[in-house]
Design a protein around this ligand. Structure first.
Ligand SMILES: Cc1cc2nc3c(=O)[nH]c(=O)nc-3n(C[C@H](O)[C@H](O)[C@H](O)COP(=O)(O)OP(=O)(O)OC[C@H]3O[C@@H](n4cnc5c(N)ncnc54)[C@H](O)[C@@H]3O)c2cc1C
Length: 403
């Protein structure tokens, strides 16, 4: 029986509400404190949930609501310039990847969490903590405070909690790419359920048909400087549109997608960042979850899915182990090797987003062959078939067996 009865969750993005819901399911009272003044303010763009992410959402009962509004992707295709290189193989027997508007995912998580009894407070930016033998007190920028038995840092790549746990913790690294997205009426005849990953002449992009027959696309623009979301949005949208149109001018359908994008529907995401190895995941009554501790490259498509998995696993550990220390230790043992392995895979793919001239010559020959020879089950099976057994008890032995 856990000594932990209450939890403060910092961050109302993806990991935060999921952790709070899973804790509620485990009988622990959880409240979410989010820096933004209102739910989902300024949230745009789409993200993909892999089968493992959807499976973890199933534990907290939110998977069906996601499936009801998301676009299932049953086929992934690779393209170089204007030429299709072939289909990326997928694992048999798994449900498809689902692409969902970020705002829809936030709304679903918010609704489910409130129904489960989770309390949300907006406009609460964490600035510090005070820990004692009896509990932890979170201090917010607006001068208010909240107390509980534990505090979860689900506050994203620029996490404040990470620095409170370890002032020497590394910050996020810039991938060298800025993210953009839009859903447009491009009049393209795209096959439903197919997502195309395209190496354009100057930059990488991806596109798919939405449920309503329009085309959604995402662009990864090489950039020397890691602009934050705020910095990127401070520049006029027209500036970014001109840059995107010049970058994809020689690509088909990249040129058309950039042309159809308007200042009104362009989503400026800012620098794409990854978290390097974080030495300390927890200290005292504080622990990290989601992007704050393990943001992989967006090329893995696993950031949100891993954040959801970690949130559910953390709640299981808190439920089953007697105190914060043993719960956090078991949680790290369950999660670290998995998330770091996926981050490693992502770092490799990231480099290949801007292939050299030589690589462009060899890719049409090498990639189909590589797909044919690839042991898919070995490379992707463990990643996508991961499923959490909520009813199974987490024993302290997990430290030794670290699944
Ligand atoms: C362009 C792009 C495309 C992506 N595509 C995919 C994809 O296809 N598939 C996928 O799985 N992942 C994708 N990701 C990654 C995914 O968005 C993240 O992994 C996911 O959002 C992590 O969730 P999180 O809750 O840990 O962090 P976040 O979603 O970043 O949430 C953190 C929250 O904490 C709040 N916060 C921060 N500091 C404080 C504070 N001091 N006090 C209170 N609140 C605070 C923030 O306002 C925010 O709401 C993509 C990311 C980008 C940038």
């Amino acid at each position: 029986m856990s000594k932990i009865a209450t939890a403060i969750v910092i961050g109302g993005g993806i990991a935060g509400p999921v952790a709070a819901m899973a804790l509620r399911k485990a009988g622990i009272e959880a409240s979410v404190y989010e820096a933004y003044p209102r739910p989902s303010e300024g949230i745009g763009g789409a993200l993909a949930l892999e089968p493992n992410g959807l499976s973890a959402l199933g534990v907290i009962g939110a998977a069906d609501a996601v499936r009801a509004v998301a676009t299932p992707i049953t086929r992934s295709v690779l393209a170089l310039g204007n030429r299709q290189l072939g289909e990326i193989p997928s694992l048999p027997g798994l449900p498809p990847r689902h692409v969902i508007e970020r705002a829809d995912l936030h709304r679903i998580l918010d609704e489910h969490a409130r129904t489960a009894g989770v309390r949300f407070e907006h406009g609460k930016r964490l600035i510090g903590v005070e820990e004692s033998k009896r509990g932890i007190k979170a201090r917010f920028e607006d001068g208010t405070a909240a107390s509980a038995d534990m505090l979860i840092g689900a506050d994203g790549v620029r996490s404040t909690v990470r620095g409170l746990i370890d002032p020497t913790a590394p910050g996020a690294s810039f991938t060298g790419l800025l993210g953009f997205g839009a859903t447009v009426d491009a009049g393209l005849d795209l096959e439903p359920g197919t997502m195309t990953f395209a190496f354009g002449r100057r930059a990488y992009y991806l596109y798919w048909r939405t449920r309503d027959g329009r085309t959604a696309w995402g662009a990864n623009l090489p950039a020397a400087k890691p602009l934050t979301l705020r910095e990127a949005r401070a520049l006029p949208t027209e500036h970014w549109l001109d840059t995107l149109r010049a970058t994809y001018a020689d690509d088909d359908p990249g040129a058309c997608l950039a042309r159809c994008t308007t200042p009104g529907n362009l989503q400026v995401v800012g620098a794409l960042q990854i978290m390097p190895h974080v030495p300390h995941w927890y200290r005292g009554r504080m622990v990290l979850v989601g992007d704050s501790v393990h943001a992989p490259s967006n090329s893995t498509g696993q950031g949100a899915s891993l954040a959801i998995e970690s949130a559910v696993q953390l709640a299981r550990c808190v439920r089953d182990l007697p105190d914060a220390r043993s719960a956090f230790e078991a949680y790290e043992a369950l999660r670290r090797s998995r998330v770091e392995g996926i981050a490693k895979r992502g770092a490799k793919i990231n480099h290949s987003k801007a292939p050299s001239r030589v690589a462009r010559v060899f890719m049409p020959l090498a990639l189909p062959l590589m797909f044919k020879l690839m042991d898919l089950e070995k490379t992707m099976g463990a990643e996508q078939r991961y499923a959490i057994d909520w009813s199974a008890r987490v024993g302290s032995a997990v430290r030794a067996s670290a699944a």
